[in-house]
Design a binder for this molecule. Structure first.
Ligand code: ADP
Ligand code: MG
Length: 699
């Protein structure tokens, strides 16, 4: 069987070398198996027929029964069209072709009953279908199933005569040839428990369903299978990892952790923070390397979790590092962590690109000798000359800017890989976390520290700018500070920069010296200038901070109470949410104003409305997933794993949960697939290892 599936499509009946070449080029269909898994992307209900006498006055896709009673070529300004008069004996309509005349003319039979299918066009009272699908009534009636599949196609395929009909015909031949003998790959118990139809039936029905119900069953079964093998692989990868990769265990908590926890916590921890710290503690105690993702909304208090985790390392004579995506954020972390740990006598260093050589040399020495306990920094920490004495824990803040390759660099910092904790403030929808990060353990801080006031979010139009300036003045008069953020999007760097500078100038005009001080920070500035301007804002010397998204992550100025986001329609939801999280950090009532033009696309409208309505990062993430799709949401890094043939993470969240449960149960009951009925999985998985795609095991 498998040998047949691996054969090139050239030799299939109805294909041939020319069509094979086109199918390869346009659709990436190389083998028989590729063809088998080339699923229709929609289906047309063809249970209803019309005749030229009773055509409905719509532009829907319909099927019409009739015969061709006349055929002529009509000259046009450019070229000509072929027009067939289609009749049911009482009335007529037209079937029209703008290309391929010769071939069509030759193949049409006059005065023979046909079924024509296509979209209706109306010119006054005259009705026509352009480039209809035509099938002899006799053939049409023989073909079973009113539910007609429509396959993805391309312009050039259609031009080359590979119509939907041709593809369907190829599929019919394919199934005749294969005789429907596809090997089942799911254990019988799972089929039974989840009421799944068998593989043979599912593959047949996905191509040739006759009812909506059949189609639904086929889709459910195939989606289940696709998600099942992905989840199973991820679970096995995670398990293997735990078995094989020995980490650096931190067996005991010592004086640093206990002293800090009992005497120096700046605030009581939330229940969610405590729970997450327990989860991390269990990981770090064990032999296996920790590989954990910590999700927590902006302001949920991830930093203190990081600090406590790092103390667990220091208590066990290990070093720890915290890596942040930007210089500003690294500096802030450094400052606040030094402050927190001051009473303990833990040594903390800062390494970023702008640390001078003279400061760097002693720092690296201390790091290599083990004198330095904790290193805070940016990507600079990952570079070659940075050597730890013994790195036990690496924490990465704001994962979405941090690539897999960078994580790998961290791993190589030690002979034995350090424990890794990845923290993200961009909540990821559950379905994505279970796939893109399915090989990590996940902790969630789903509770904000007490006393946070909700941030009022408003949609502001450019035309209301004066009112907004007035509002800013009032807040500043109360002693508050304001952010004004401009988008910086790669493609139009020059324009964006101009927007920012124009905006800055108009703010300075509205808020002149000496009453007001305005800071500006953007990516083109030197690091020390940025730091200086940030510092002026943090210390309250300036009241307004005009910035690009460099301030997006982490910056903490509790006194800032207004976040104004310019051209908000150009930001993604998660970015808007991140930016909004810069305010509402102190005791004051805070506001976020989303400035847009008057004309908004549908998606932009949805984004803005969602922001105004909700402050729940997980809810926003779900909406973002629906708007952008999984690939866009996760970036290119994980796009491979998110490419499904039939499953859809936007729609199949419930199914994914079911599948995950099935996988967990299976691995609990029979982790090495000893039971006879589970042996199919061994075979399937063995083949998966060789192939690229999750589907390559089939056959
Ligand atoms: P994030 O998860 O966004 O990194 P931070 O760790 O920066 O959040 O915490 C946000 C703010 O909340 C900080 O000012 C921090 O000191 C404060 N905070 C964190 N946890 C608590 C808590 N349990 N109680 C009160 N304040 C807290
Ligand atoms: Mg943070």
């Amino acid at each position: 069987m498998s040998t047949v599936l691996q054969k090139p499509i050239d030799y299939l009946k109805g294909v041939g070398p020319n069509r094979a070449q086109l199918l390869r080029k346009d659709l990436g269909i190389h083998t028989v198996q590729d063809l088998l898994y080339f699923f229709p992307h929609r289906y047309i209900d063809r249970s209803h027929y019309y005749t030229p006498s009773n055509i409905p006055n719509t532009t829907a896709e319909v099927q019409v029964k009739g015969s061709i009673i006349d055929l002529e070529i009509v000259k046009q300004k450019r070229g000509s069209r072929l027009v067939a008069t289609f009749s049911d004996g009482q009335s007529t309509m037209e079937l029209v072709w703008f290309r391929g005349h010769q071939w069509i003319q030759k193949s049409l039979q006059s005065n023979t009953p046909y079924v024509a299918f296509g979209r209706l066009n109306w010119f006054g009272k005259k009705c026509s279908i352009a480039h209809p699908e035509l099938e002899l009534l006799e053939d049409h009636e023989q073909r079973k199933g009113n539910f007609q599949p429509v396959y993805p196609s391309t312009e050039s395929l259609l031009k080359s005569g590979i119509s939907q009909r041709v593809v369907r015909q190829i599929m019919i031949h394919l199934f005749e040839e294969l005789q429907g003998s596809f090997q089942e790959v799911l254990p019988a118990e799972i089929l039974k428990q989840y009421a799944l139809i068998d593989k043979n039936r599912a593959l047949t029905l996905i191509h040739f369903p006759s009812t909506q119900e059949e189609l639904a069953k086929a889709q459910y079964r195939l989606k289940f299978e696709e998600l099942f093998f992905l989840q199973l692989q991820l679970a096995l990868k995670k398990r293997n990892h735990k078995l094989k990769i020995r980490g650096i265990p931190f067996p005991s908590l010592g004086t640093y952790f206990n002293n800090f926890y009992n005497n120096h916590l700046p605030f009581p921890l939330t229940e969610a923070q405590k729970r997450v710290i327990r989860e991390i503690r269990i990981d770090l105690k064990g032999e296996a390397q920790m590989n954990r993702l910590l999700q927590g909304d902006v302001g949920s208090g991830k930093t203190i979790v990081a600090v406590l985790s790092m103390l667990m390392a220091v208590d066990n004579n290990m070093q720890a590092t915290l890596v942040a995506p930007t210089e500003i954020l690294a500096q802030q972390h450094y400052k606040s962590i030094v402050e927190l740990l001051k009473p303990l006598g833990v040594t903390v260093g800062l390494l970023t690109g702008s640390v001078s050589k003279s400061a760097r040399v002693p720092l690296l020495d201390q790091l290599a000798s083990g004198e330095l306990h904790i290193l805070i920094g940016t990507h600079a920490v990952l570079e070659q000359p940075v050597t730890f004495h013994q790195l036990g824990l690496a924490i990465v803040d704001e994962q979405h800017r941090f690539g897999v390759a960078q994580r790998a660099k961290l791993w190589r910092k030690n002979k034995r890989p350090p424990n890794v904790l990845v923290m993200t403030a961009t909540p990821i929808p559950r379905t994505l976390a279970m796939t893109a990060y399915g090989d990590l353990d996940v902790s969630v801080i789903d509770e904000l520290p007490p006393g946070r006031k909700p941030i009022t979010t408003l949609h502001g139009y450019d035309s209301k700018r004066l009112a907004i300036f007035q509002f800013m003045r009032e807040e500043i008069a109360k002693g508050r500070q304001v952010y004004v953020v401009y988008p910086l999007i790669q493609e139009s760097k020059v324009l964006d920069y101009k927007d920012l500078m124009d905006g800055y100038e108009s703010i300075v005009r509205e808020f002149p010296l000496p009453d007001f001080q305005v800071s500006i920070v953007h990516g083109k500035m030197k690091a020390e200038d940025k730091a200086y301007e940030m510092q002026r804002f943090v210390s309250g010397k300036t009241q307004i901070m005009v910035a690009t998204t460099v301030i997006e992550v982490g910056v903490d100025v509790p006194n800032a109470s207004i976040m104004i986001i310019e051209s908000a329609e150009r930001f993604g939801l998660s970015q808007l949410h991140q930016l909004r999280g810069r305010v509402g950090r102190g005791a004051n009532k805070s506001y976020c104003v989303l400035m847009t033009g008057n004309k908004l696309s549908h998606d932009a409208q949805t984004r803005i409305q969602t922001m105004v309505r909700s402050q729940d990062g997980f809810e926003l993430a779900e909406v973002d997933l629906q708007l952008r799709g999984p690939g866009d949401l996760m970036g290119t890094q994980q796009s491979g794993i998110l490419q499904f043939i039939i499953a859809d993470l936007k729609k199949d969240a419930d199914l994914l949960k079911t599948v995950r449960y099935a996988v967990d149960q299976l691995l609990l009951n029979d982790p090495t697939f000893e039971q006879l009925e589970n042996q199919v999985l061994r075979q399937a998985l063995a083949l998966t290892q060789q192939g690229k795609s999750i589907w390559k095991y089939i056959g």
